[in-house]
Design a protein around this ligand. Sequence first.
Ligand SMILES: O=P(O)(O)OC[C@H]1O[C@H](OP(=O)(O)OP(=O)(O)O)[C@H](O)[C@@H]1O
Ligand SMILES: O=c1cc[nH]c(=O)[nH]1
Ligand SMILES: [Mg+2]
Length: 214
Amino acid sequence: MDHPELKGNVTLANHPLIEALLTDLRDRETPALRFREAVEALGHLLAYEAIRDAPLANETIQTPLETMDAPRMTQTITIVPILRAGLGLADGMLRLLPGAQVGHLGMARNEETLEPESYYEKLPTNVADSLVLVADPMLATGGSAVAAVQRLKELGCTQLKFVGVLAAPEGVKTLTAAHPDVPVIVAGIDRELNDNGYIVPGLGDAGDRYFGTM
Ligand SMILES: O=P(O)(O)OC[C@H]1O[C@H](OP(=O)(O)OP(=O)(O)O)[C@H](O)[C@@H]1O
Ligand SMILES: O=c1cc[nH]c(=O)[nH]1
Ligand SMILES: [Mg+2]
């Protein structure tokens, strides 16, 4: 499928593993345990894509055979899940980036207005000096992602990326228009939003399916 929103800073991470995991998430028959595993595995794979351009610095190390200069990642990374659904994605990302720090932003979408309402914030004091990976599986209207990035910019963050699983074209457009400097990495872009602000065909309510709160 052609995705006109795939331009500039938007990456559709494609790999057979990613596509198959996304199908598991979409399938209404997928049990909660498998849904959680698949979200976490996608966090792992999407983090791999998100740090593709991370800077490296050489360090002198000793192999069992000789001395050599070898690259290490030097950048501090902060993973910021948007609660609740971002938590599972962030867990998978952390498995790939065990040295990362984690900040939390609590946001709930008002079911009538579809506007995000902020209810919690806890971020590392040095967040502004780090590469911040905002994690939320769903980019629907884009309201939650725009507000999260806005808040992180208010705190001085300049290196931000949004990592998501499934987006609606509307969400991609809104996020990239509001924050053209922020790369967006997603596993899928669906057809549209329905009248209730759900992504279709989609996967339903990610937070409810992950936590079993249907
Ligand atoms: O792009 P938007 O239109 O803002 O919608 C996306 C948001 O909606 C969902 O969260 P929700 O508010 O349902 O909270 P939850 O994760 O606690 O279920 C999802 O996890 C995103 O945060
Ligand atoms: O389809 C959607 C839209 C917003 N949030 C979800 O969890 N799913
Ligand atoms: Mg929800």
